[in-house]
Design a protein around this ligand. Sequence first.
Ligand code: PRP
Length: 201
Amino acid sequence: MITIALPKGRIAEQTLEKFEKAFGEKFEFEDRKLILKKAGFTFLNVRNQDVPTYVMYGSADLGVVGLDVLEEKEYDLVKLLDLEIGKCRVAIGLKAGDSIDWNRSSIKVATKHTAIAKKFFESKAMAVELVKLYGSIELAPLVGLSDCIVDIVETGETMKQNGLVVGDTIMETSAHLIANKNSFYSKKSAILDLKEKLERT
Ligand code: PRP
């Protein structure tokens, strides 16, 4: 039995479609159920940011998560495969007409991605005042909560519709299959077999 933590929503659905192609079985969470057991797999339906935690503590052998979320957690996990879904980037967002004065000594940044934002601005020799938000990040510069934001951009439509412009890209991200280190060694052949089958989908 292999346990896999999936991030609720579109990525979970797309991952389960890949499993369906790879194993010829339909995998679908029932209504509000958070666990799905079928064909030797247990899938857990968890919040995006919680996937690395389930895998790190070994409650799941594997997980599917964006590189940006992995980067935020800084856990020691095995990166197995780029699933090439959920492709987007982490970028700076600014009020249209605003620009970042890189000579400033500090900047106020609203984001869900605090570790990534801190690292990026510090690499530019700028101190960062972080405002941690959990969603609707685009609002922050509009209401004076921050100078800029660091957020996920897929099409750029959310920023555009809210009067922001997309600035520098900090990192590209996509959903990756990750493994718990102990599970990777103890279930190596099953995990590698699964990886190969998913690679072919
Ligand atoms: C992300 C992000 C933006 C939006 C960007 O939110 O925070 O708001 O997607 O997409 P776009 O560039 O195509 O407009 P998401 O929908 O993932 O929800 P979240 O806030 O819960 O992370």
